[in-house]
Write a new protein. Structure first.
Lengths: 228, 224
């Protein structure tokens, strides 16, 4: 574990988010340096996905302050869009389009050339299935397309929700340069794999029922306590 | 913004051509309604205000089907989230959705109007086509603008199939009034109705107001 002493990529202070009367997040406070990885742990309903969606500018924070890549949320959300990639629990893909068509759409929305699509399709190993509908692909293949979509604009901040779900070891290795530590991006990683998550993070955030239990270095036992 | 709107529109049209989930259903629905009116009114032919009312109510109800499906592909797999995270003006989303709905309505009318003329209408439409075309296109712009707005309002709600018609139909009452009033003389055999310009003006005003309102509020509708 090691982080540089730079301006933080993420600075969160007392983040709150509600769904009606239910508290989804409360009192989340952390600072994540550029290029570092934050692993977020917690049982189902702990607020992990809500945290990612706030950082992805898809949900507005209801309290506290959130600054990501120098953009203060929600006011500067427009400045953050286009600099953050989100590999979500769902694929965020059009099921009746092909992988190539999905990636071409996102390339156009980000003002990128079509060559970037071909490059990514080759990188995720889907050249032979690039013309099939996403609906007809296996879960692991969809996840590879989703990963390509998440990084098509080469975002400095990457939000990953169980990014290796459904991937075989070969596919997971293929995605490492795109979404792994070697990508050099600042990453927020939600995972239930305690040992793997701890191994690849610089900072661990533990959530329980929306509240922060710990943030910093954590042991596997401390993390597993969240699930009891 | 135009580049993004065109990219989203192209995607929507490709999906529609591939799945055929909106326009064909709207066309089929309108044909079924014409047949129902044929038997329900127990009339072989219609003319005047009755013909005009039947046509515009049918188009309106068919439009509800299109509006209900307008964001269906966005919801599946949460695809809309990927687009919302792109660095684009969200007005592009409105322009693309309204343009897609407009094209579905044009496709509907390309089939429904000849079918209506053949199945139910008494006077010939041949001499009134330019006027009818102007009325239909202006009405379609209003339907498309309000339809895209209501579809965006309902997209994240659980009861969107109920919300869409309950919000859309009252908002479209002015369109029906103006379009039906403008069309009625054409369906009575009168080739040059005196007040056609007035009703086209009403439709144009309605279109302008709702296009501008939609552009102004659409960004907020797509916010959480």
């Amino acid at each position: 574990m090691g982080t540089g002493a730079q301006e933080p990529a993420l600075a969160i202070e007392g983040l709150e988010r509600h769904y009606g009367d239910r508290i989804a997040l409360a009192g989340v406070t952390l600072s994540l340096p550029v290029g570092a990885t934050l692993a977020v742990f917690g049982a189902n309903g702990a607020g992990k996905t809500t945290l990612l969606r706030v950082l992805a500018t898809l949900l507005r924070p209801h309290g506290g302050s959130v600054t990501a890549l120098d953009a203060s949320l929600p006011d500067d959300a427009w400045r953050l869009r286009g600099r953050v990639g989100y590999l979500a629990h769902e694929a965020l893909l059009y099921r009746d389009l092909t992988p190539r068509e999905n990636l071409l759409l996102h390339a156009r929305l980000h003002g990128l050339p079509a060559a970037r699509v071909d490059e990514l399709i080759a990188q995720v190993g889907l050249a032979r299935r690039a013309g099939d509908r996403v609906r007809d692909l296996s879960r692991g293949m969809v996840q590879r397309v989703a990963a390509a979509r998440a990084v098509i604009h080469d975002p400095p901040l990457l939000l990953l929700d169980e990014p290796r779900a459904g991937l075989d070891p070969g596919a997971a290795a293929r995605l490492e340069p795109l979404i792994g530590r070697e990508s050099g991006r600042t990453r927020v990683l939600v995972t239930h794999d305690v040992d793997a998550g701890l191994a690849e993070c610089d900072l661990a955030l533990g959530l329980k029922l929306g509240r922060q239990v710990f943030c910093g270095r954590a042991t596997a036992d401390e993390v597993r306590e969240l699930y009891r | 913004m135009i580049r993004a709107a065109l990219a989203i529109l192209r995607k929507d049209l490709r999906l529609e051509l591939r799945t055929g989930e909106s326009a064909p259903a709207m066309v089929l629905f309108s044909l079924i309604v014409f047949v129902l009116f044929h038997f329900g009114l127990d009339r072989d032919t219609l003319e005047g205000d009755l013909a005009s009312g039947v046509l515009w109510v049918t188009i309106l109800l068919a439009a509800v089907l299109g509006v209900n499906r307008l964001f269906a592909s966005e919801r599946e797999g949460a695809a809309i989230d990927g687009v919302l995270m792109a660095p684009i003006d969200r007005t592009a989303f409105f322009l693309a959705k309204a343009a897609a709905l407009f094209l579905y309505l044009v496709a509907l009318e390309l089939v429904a109007l000849p079918a209506f003329a053949f199945l139910l209408l008494s006077p010939s439409l041949t001499g009134a086509l330019p006027e009818l075309l102007a009325i239909v296109l202006l009405a379609d712009i209003g339907l498309a603008a309000v339809g895209a707005l209501v579809a965006a309002l309902a997209v994240e709600t659980r009861t969107r199939e109920l919300i869409v018609p309950l919000m859309l139909l009252p908002l479209l009452v002015p369109v029906v009034i103006a379009a039906a009033a403008a069309t009625e003389p054409l369906f009575s055999g009168s080739q040059a109705p005196d007040d056609l310009g007035t009703w086209l003006g009403v439709l144009s005003l309605y279109d302008s107001v709702f296009v501008l309102v939609s552009i102004a509020v659409f960004d907020f509708l797509l916010e959480d």
